[in-house]
Write a protein of this length. Structure first.
Length: 488
């Protein structure tokens, strides 16, 4: 009998400190109408006594407790992040925090035989961790459970185009045999990876040498080229989808049409909508006669130039050439311009955009949490389905992950017939209750100096950094090491 391995529970954690994007628009004289349509409605800031490790530990502990998981059955605990602050330890830090609190509650700890890897490839790191967790359970230990936790901080320079797309949060996902929510079909996945040089990078040594009085938090600021990064996202997504099509021996258009829902990496609200729309049009342009006819009908209804759009979709350019010509070019300029009109066509809304609808509104408060974005959207979509007709029950979907640089993965998942029956298995919206809304001064101080005044300097509960070591002598060293405690 074919062993099914997949997702049985997802828990989301975000810090309480919120920046409302309508407020941000007022502070920066930006257009709220534009920001709300393209970006979202808010994002969270890491507290002064938090780190990616405390966020991850909160998500993992809540996952274990809420789902009554026996910690001794956890054989694989993986961290996906691009915000590491320690180049030696990683996941084991999270395990240590969680075990200390489990023992405080009179519970068994996670075994010391548990594997604790960390994965890095920008925002794709969590998907790589997921694939390896599924492989671990499937091939090594079918009786064991695996947990994948993604924890990241997205920071951008104040005044940059990326500033409203910041965020902080962690998402923990339970992987096991006979999953309660969805089977993860790694054997049918599609992959793509190609080095893109200056797409989006984090050269830590450069930042350390050029802080010029800025906060240490700015060490995590990326070097990025927005237009080029958007093209890389679309190109990587199309390449991974095409690889999935080859692996499965089915046309890409057929595979996209068969999926009831799609969940993607989500740097901001509009990006996955545009990327999936273009991927669908690409599938039609490079498909059979019926696909070509569907594309012709869409172009005709949008009243745009048929020849130019079909030509650029069929002759996808080499992105590396943009580095020598014009890095700010669009990958598909004519198609991009036509999207505004195509998005208004009812058949396109019904056949394509509807696949991205579940959880779409719920994620507008998320901001960008890098590796955790796709898992948070998946949790939001399942929660949305639970409350609105349980439409995901027994359905097929696609997870489309992307990591700048660039690399992409497409993984088909099959939801169980009862995936939306147990609300305990999915914790998304609960993470966003009772936010602490920051004013402009509080936001600037927290963002630049990791200082918070007037909104409470300590969280009411959860893991926090109690102190940071300072000693670096010949007989004892703990300089820079975080010490943790759990506040009830």
């Amino acid at each position: 009998m074919n062993q099914k391995v997949g997702i049985s529970a997802i828990t989301t954690y975000v810090p309480p400190y919120r920046v409302g994007l309508e407020d941000w628009c007022h502070w920066t004289n930006s257009s709220w109408s534009k920001i709300s349509k393209i970006i979202g409605s808010g994002f969270r800031m890491l507290g002064p006594d938090e780190s990616i490790y405390t966020m991850a530990a909160n998500a993992v502990l809540n996952l274990i407790v809420d789902n009554e998981i026996n910690p001794d059955e956890i054989g694989f605990l993986a961290l996906g992040t691009e915000s590491s602050t320690d180049n030696s330890a990683g996941t084991v830090i999270i395990k240590g925090m969680v075990n200390e609190e489990l023992k405080n509650r009179g519970m068994d700890p996670i075994s010391n035989q548990c594997e604790v890897p960390e994965f890095k490839q920008a925002c794709l790191s969590g998907i790589y961790a997921l694939k390896n967790a599924v492989r671990y359970v499937k091939s090594d230990a079918p009786e064991k459970k695996a947990i994948v936790v993604c924890s990241d901080i997205a920071l951008y320079q104040i005044g940059s185009s990326g500033e409203p797309t910041q965020g902080a949060g962690a998402v923990a996902t339970l992987i096991e045999s006979n999953p309660q929510i969805a089977e993860v079909k790694t054997a049918f996945s599609g992959s793509s990876s190609e080095y893109r040089q200056i797409d989006f990078r984090k050269p830590i040594q450069y930042r350390a040498q050029n802080l010029n009085g800025q906060s240490a938090s700015d060490l995590d600021l990326p070097i990025f080229n927005g237009k080029y990064s958007a093209s890389c996202y679309i190109d990587g997504t199309i390449s991974a989808l095409s690889n999935m099509s080859e692996n499965r021996g089915k046309s890409l258009s057929k595979l996209l049409k068969e999926a009831m829902a799609v969940f993607m990496h989500r740097p901001f609200h509009k990006m996955p909508i545009n990327a999936f729309s273009i991927s669908y049009l690409y599938a039609l342009a490079n498909g059979d006669e019926n696909d070509n006819q569907e594309l012709d009908d869409l172009i005709a209804q949008a009243d745009v130039s048929e020849g130019e759009i079909k030509k650029e979709l069929q002759e996808k350019p080499d992105l590396m050439s943009f580095l020598q010509t014009n890095i700010n070019k669009d990958l598909f300029p004519q198609t991009n311009m036509a999207l505004k009109l195509i998005h208004q066509i009812k058949p396109f809304k019904d056949r394509v955009l509807s696949k991205l609808k579940l959880g779409n509104e719920l994620t507008k408060e998320l901001g960008n949490i890098y590796s955790g974005s796709i898992f948070a959207w998946l949790a939001a979509g399942i929660e949305d389905s639970m409350k609105n007709g349980k439409t995901l029950n027994g359905q097929e979907a696609l997870l489309i992950g992307y990591g700048s640089g660039d690399a992409a993965e497409v993984i088909p998942i099959s939801f169980t017939q009862n995936c939306c029956e147990n609300e305990r298995n999915i914790k998304y919206s609960a993470a966003f209750i009772e936010p602490v809304n920051l004013d402009h001064n509080q936001y600037i101080e927290l963002r630049t100096n990791k200082v918070l005044e007037g909104a409470g300097a300590k969280k009411s509960k959860g893991f926090i950094i109690s102190k940071i070591g300072t000693q670096e002598s010949t007989d004892f060293q703990d300089a820079g090491i975080e010490y943790y405690e759990y506040l009830n």
